[in-house]
Design a protein around this ligand. Structure first.
Ligand SMILES: NC(=O)C1=CN([C@@H]2O[C@H](COP(=O)(O)OP(=O)(O)OC[C@H]3O[C@@H](n4cnc5c(N)ncnc54)[C@H](O)[C@@H]3O)[C@@H](O)[C@H]2O)C=CC1
Ligand SMILES: O=C(O)CCC(=O)C(=O)O
Length: 461
């Protein structure tokens, strides 16, 4: 009897394994050059195996082959005129990945590295992240291979207007609601919203989030991803009877996510000693002065090395990955994908890191992730840990449709509650599938089962 049931289990596991392999092979064959997308799919497939073993309905309904194929992927020309009068052309993208639980939702990235693989990996992850927030939002993402670095304000405006001229016919408050990501902040959202309003001839506040406060934005959206990350880390620490207070913290990047993660960590008594940009990193043993970073990055749009002019005691090194050599108890990669590799993970472990949580999307390579799990580092995956931004975007949509504006405290209070719930949901799901403490498995299964169940209920569409 025992031998039989053991054999059954291993047969089921084998058929799940074969199914995952078969679907994965198909996506690689179909789009062989999409490395980042393949990586994001591998991470999900590895985690959700126990959920497929327990619930064969997902295989019966062939959910995986459906979920890895975007519902729609739009590619378009973005022509614009630079300050010298020369016509330039970029490529724009919007991937509308999955709308089973709500309208497509996810940011726009303006960066020279943007291509189909990047928007597909981001859009795919967004499906599960958005499900974890408990809000009714599907997964989408987009952007352009446009480099905002060194462009004048007028050039940025013309680019945003041209981008929106095409995008406008594909989005709407109940269809697809873009927001910001790398290279897209309140300024760009403002120009895109202005153009959308002009094209439509109506004020549809809920079509974009991350808007300015003067025309329908939400208080605390700017802070939400970074603050949310720290609320999530706080829950991780609490579960081990520890606190952020007094901990040494390293945060990569110095953009939207990074700045507000540093601000909240410092407010809770943590000591953030380093941050970076794509040129290099700064180390300040007295603790990073976040006001200086804000002034440099948000106002003056300067490089991070300028920090040492205001703080001569700080050190600047021209090597952004060198930031992971700094000993810390908490490491928060908040810059970009695959910024933290196996060597960096080994160094962090050797230097005593105890907690790693992803502010960026997929910042740790799969090899780095294995190193952390092997070394019992408590690890918060981005789908859960950085979900605060999109969660507050959804609260912005709610405020827009009810024509209300909540106070900062109201939004921040809801954000704290959402991040607590996400943490406990991931934790419980990891327990349920016999992987206690593995928040990667917990997050992926909790996000996947919610969307997959909805897809089954909606039928084959
Ligand atoms: N803005 C948001 O609400 C959310 C953003 N994210 C993710 O967080 C990450 C950062 O996004 P944002 O802060 O919004 O972008 P941002 O454009 O405001 O800042 C990005 C920062 O990263 C730096 N950077 C880029 N490449 C780097 C590298 N290789 N090493 C070190 N620094 C580097 C840039 O210099 C800049 O300081 C991205 O992965 C994004 O997808 C995730 C959830 C929400
Ligand atoms: O607020 C949003 O809709 C987008 C946030 C985002 O792009 C992300 O979570 O990666």
């Amino acid at each position: 009897m025992y031998a039989n049931s053991k054999k059954n289990v291993s047969t089921i596991e084998e058929s799940v394994e074969n199914y995952l392999e078969e679907v994965y092979k198909k996506i690689v064959q179909r789009d062989p050059h999409e490395d980042e997308f393949h990586q994001a799919v591998r991470i999900i497939f590895k985690s959700i195996k126990p959920a497929l073993v327990k619930n064969p309905k997902y295989i019966r309904h062939n959910i995986l082959e459906q979920i890895v194929e975007p519902e729609r992927l739009i590619t378009f020309r973005v022509p614009w005129v630079d300050d010298q009068g020369k016509t330039r052309v970029n490529r724009g993208y919007r991937v509308q990945f999955n709308s089973a639980i709500g309208p497509y939702k996810g940011g726009l990235r303006f960066h020279p590295t943007v291509n189909r693989s990047i928007v597909k990996f981001l859009g795919f992850q967004q499906i599960f992240k958005n499900a974890l927030t408990g809000q009714p939002i599907g997964g989408g993402k987009g952007g352009a291979d446009f480099d905002p670095k060194g462009k004048s304000d007028a050039e940025i405006m013309r680019f945003c207007q041209s981008f929106m001229t095409e995008l406008a016919s594909h989005i709407g408050p109940d269809v697809d609601v873009p927001a910001g990501d790398i290279g897209v902040g309140a300024r760009e959202i403002g120009y895109m919203f202005g153009q959308y309003k002009k094209i439509r001839g109506s004020f549809e506040a809920g079509v974009l989030t991350g808007k300015g406060l003067n025309y329908g934005g939400s208080l605390a959206r700017k802070e939400a991803t970074g603050y949310g990350l720290i609320y999530f880390v706080n829950e991780m620490l609490k579960s081990k009877n520890e606190r952020i207070q007094g901990k040494t913290i390293v945060v990569s990047g110095s953009g939207n996510v990074s700045i507000y993660a540093m601000e909240k960590a410092a407010e809770l008594g943590g000591k953030v000693v380093a941050c970076s940009d794509s040129d290099g990193f700064i180390y300040d043993e007295n603790g990073i002065d976040v006001a200086t970073v804000k002034q440099l990055k948000e106002v003056e749009k300067k490089r991070i090395h300028e920090y040492v002019n205001a703080h001569p005691n700080a050190v600047y090194k021209e090597d952004c990955t060198g930031i992971w050599e700094i000993p810390c108890e908490i490491a928060l990669p908040c810059a970009t994908q695959n910024e933290l590799d196996e060597d960096a993970a080994n160094l962090l472990c050797k230097n005593g890191v105890k907690y790693v949580a992803e502010g960026a999307n997929m910042p740790c390579t799969p090899e780095a992730l294995s190193v952390f799990l092997k070394n019992d580092v408590y690890y918060g995956p981005g789908k859960a840990a950085n979900a605060g931004g999109v969660a507050v975007s959804s609260l912005e949509m709610g405020q827009n449709s009810s024509r209300m504006a909540w106070s900062f405290e109201e939004v921040d209070g809801r954000l704290q509650e959402i991040m607590r719930d996400i943490y406990h949901n991931c934790e419980a799901s990891a327990q349920e599938y016999d992987k206690p403490g593995n928040l990667v498995v917990g997050a992926n299964i909790a996000g996947f089962t919610k969307v997959a169940d909805a897809m089954i209920e909606l039928g084959v569409i």
